[in-house]
Design a protein around this ligand. Structure first.
Ligand code: MEV
Length: 428
């Protein structure tokens, strides 16, 4: 298997050199790569066809996550995110995880749930029995509305009935969306079967819409990390391992901590979801609803020490993603992101995305349980501060380094350093 994701020193290269290295590793023409992601990968004229009232486009930094090995395969991972250190931290954690063999992931079939709400049901037990006994007819009816998905091997797989109150039921239409995220398809199914369901239940039909709690479309990731791979300045591998396990336990017992813990997980997940043109609001909604499924908000990803003394990380999360349809059709940057990943299915994409979430979490817990998060954050933040102070090109790194060394990561300090640099130039 080719090691396309290992590029030590990548961060030190100028952008055009990074592009060259990436194009070579990915076997994509350099010009093609540049053209696809130039100016955010979306022209205003195209944007105008996607949403309403467009006055321009809005870009985010587009980066590559390195060192990812998922189920034995190497991936360069496109990430679109504005927060400093997310990409570096995930790449760094992926390198540590690689030392233990990488990420092992599996994903459910792409089953989405479409809800048909039934109100003022006169007899819930009879209505439920009538719907269940007509399952085949309703599945066929739903399938007739989505011929394209049927052609791609997907379709309505069955239904479930849930009673919510004495006179309210909800029918879940289970739709295998294959490589599409599937929102439109599922809504079409719901609308196409709802009339018949209302007749069978002899009641009023309420809402007909997909559920973002897609708990039949989950992805699971496991990693085993040897302590030697996670040792940090002044901390042994065992100390770091135990610190990470304790930090994970904190999230398990406290929802206030779990929320921040999961925010760190979503740092990595959203970055890939956005880069690939997927609906991050849907993924977020599903993730947090799933995290709260027990009645208490819990961590999506946990770490403990296994019986061989390794750090064992596990994650399970619903993941509704598509590699066809939606913005992937029209957004050049998203299309290129999918090409960079070279995934063959939405399930494979889900496995990579969840792995990035787990890596982000590991990086955060490692930093938090050792030197704290601020040093790393501020180191990267120094570059943005240097730019804000007016540094350009090679000056950015120079100014960032000096304000970091001064321990004053402020625009004022950066302006002073710029002034000093210019005085130095004139005095030599
Ligand atoms: C910051 O974007 C994310 C963290 O707060 C996550 C965490 O606390 O686990 C560092």
């Amino acid at each position: 298997m080719k090691e396309i994701s290992r590029h030590p020193g990548f961060y030190k290269l100028p952008i055009d050199e990074r592009l060259r290295v990436a194009a070579q590793a990915l076997e994509i023409e350099l010009d093609e790569l540049i053209a696809a992601i130039d100016r955010g990968g979306l022209q205003a004229e195209t944007a105008d066809k996607i949403i309403e009232n467009v006055i321009g486009t809005y870009a985010l930094p587009f980066a590559l996550g390195l060192n990812f090995k998922v189920n034995g395969r190497d991936y360069l991972v496109p990430m679109a995110v504005e927060e400093p250190s997310v990409v570096a931290a995930a790449s760094n954690a992926a390198k540590m995880i690689r030392a233990g063999g990488g990420f092992f992931a599996d994903a459910d079939e792409s089953i989405m749930i479409g809800q048909v709400q039934l109100e003022y049901v006169p007899n819930a037990a009879e209505a439920s029995a009538a719907i269940i006994s007509h399952e085949k007819e309703l599945v066929d009816l739903g399938n007739r509305a989505i011929p394209d998905l049927l052609l791609h091997g997907g379709g309505v797989r069955g239904l479930e009935v849930r009673q919510l109150t004495d006179d309210m039921l909800v029918v879940h239409m289970l739709v295998d969306c294959r490589d599409a995220m599937g929102a439109n398809t599922v809504n079409t199914v719901c609308e196409s079967v709802s009339g018949r369901i209302g007749l069978l239940a002899r009641c009023r039909v309420g809402l007909r819409i997909l559920s973002n709690l897609c708990d039949q479309r989950k992805v699971r990731v496991t990693v085993k990390v040897p302590p030697s791979a996670i040792a940090s300045k002044g901390f042994s591998g065992e100390q770091v391992r135990d610190g990470i396990a304790k930090a994970s336990r904190f999230a398990e017992i406290d929802p206030y901590r779990a929320a921040t813990h999961n925010k760190g997980v979503m740092n990595g997940i959203d970055a890939v979801v956005i880069a690939t043109g997927n609906d991050f609001r849907a993924v977020e909604a599903g993730a947090h609803a799933y995290a709260a499924r027990s009645g208490r908000y819990r961590p999506l990803c946990t770490f403990c020490v296994d019986d061989q003394g390794q750090l064992l990380g596990k994650m399970e999360i619903p993941m509704a993603l598509g590699i066809i349809g939606g913005p992937t059709r029209v957004h050049q940057g998203a299309r290129m992101a999918l090409r960079i990943l070279n995934v063959k299915s939405a399930r494979e994409l889900a496995q990579v995305v969840a792995s990035v979430g787990l890596a982000s979490n590991l990086a955060a817990l490692r930093a938090l349980s050792t030197e704290g998060i601020q040093r790393g954050h501020m180191t990267l933040h120094a570059r943005s501060v240097a730019i804000a102070a007016g540094a350009q090109g090679a000056q950015v790194e120079l100014v960032a380094e000096r304000i970091r060394a001064l321990g004053q990561i402020t625009v004022e300090a950066a302006e002073q350093v710029l002034q000093d640099l210019s005085n130095e130039r004139y005095s030599t």
